[in-house]
Design a protein around this ligand. Sequence first.
Ligand SMILES: Nc1ncnc2c1ncn2[C@@H]1O[C@H](COP(=O)(O)OP(=O)(O)OP(=O)(O)O)[C@@H](O)[C@H]1O
Ligand SMILES: [Mg+2]
Length: 327
Amino acid sequence: MNQESQATKNDDRMLINTAARHLSEQLVDHDALIRRLFIALLTGGHVLIEGPPGLAKTRSINRFAASINASFARVQSTPDLLPADITGTDLYQQNTGTFSFMKGPLFNNIVLVDEVNRAPPKVQSAMLEAMAERQITTGGVSRELAQPFMVAATQNPIEHEGTYPLPEAQKDRFMFFIDVSMPDSDTERRILDTVLAEQAELNQTPKSTINSDTIINSTKAIVNVHLSDAVRDYIVRLISATRGHGLGGSESNDVRYASSPRGSIFLAQAAKANAWLEGRDYVTPEDVESLAIDIIAGRLSLQYRAIAEGITQRDVVERIVRATPKV
Ligand SMILES: Nc1ncnc2c1ncn2[C@@H]1O[C@H](COP(=O)(O)OP(=O)(O)OP(=O)(O)O)[C@@H](O)[C@H]1O
Ligand SMILES: [Mg+2]
């Protein structure tokens, strides 16, 4: 590699890390979430953020999108939403007597689907199909989606009435399942200070610092990050353990449905991006370990007995990670 292209790659990384630092000043205690949003963006992954109301789920995605020079759309899910509201639809043009396609919000680079569990199943499945296929077919015509394309969906696990839980099989299309939880009192104080200071300075919109070239170049650089046989085997051990195989396999007694191979593919891609963001051109087992819970937990269904005992998917993956040797 010549010096110039090496320098460009370092610039791309620096731009992204600077934007991440800037976001972390606006999103208190959300560094892990910010890192995962960038990893997903750079690897073609999608993110599901779960948590109670008022924990900056929507704000995180809004601010993240604002830091990138890419098209952004927000879909507020309601029970009367129709698939065509997100995919787009053929509209009759009176003057020409023909139909022309009006693109829906899914044709943007970053799409925030807020409160996704309040959207009816047909809308959810249109969204999940677009996420996996990266194209939308209406009236027999397929249209490619934008590049990059990233869905960030949020849901609130508290409200059950009038909600449609995402089907387990379709959740598999997300790369990350991120839980946001209640802040402790120190964090709460920092949130308060941050928001009040922002209000005092009235509506300063953060500048976007990342353009699409930076994203495309970074994505290419990440593909070339080295993933050794030993680390590949570690990924496979973790995923196999959810199926009851190998060391760590006994930790899976609570699992009803295990991770699909998407789990290991996403884990590998995300670990490469994590390594690259940290300035390395090779993946360590620690890259994998640090992302394992947020990638694997949401893919597991637990035994009813385990659920009744209050065991969570994250508990199970935490135990698997602890029991699985890294080398
Ligand atoms: N960690 C945080 N950093 C900065 N601001 C925060 C944080 N947590 C909460 N807030 C503030 O709390 C308010 C609620 O944020 P937001 O609307 O994004 O929450 P939400 O998680 O999307 O809630 P809901 O589930 O009700 O839609 C905002 O004013 C936001 O600035
Ligand atoms: Mg919200």
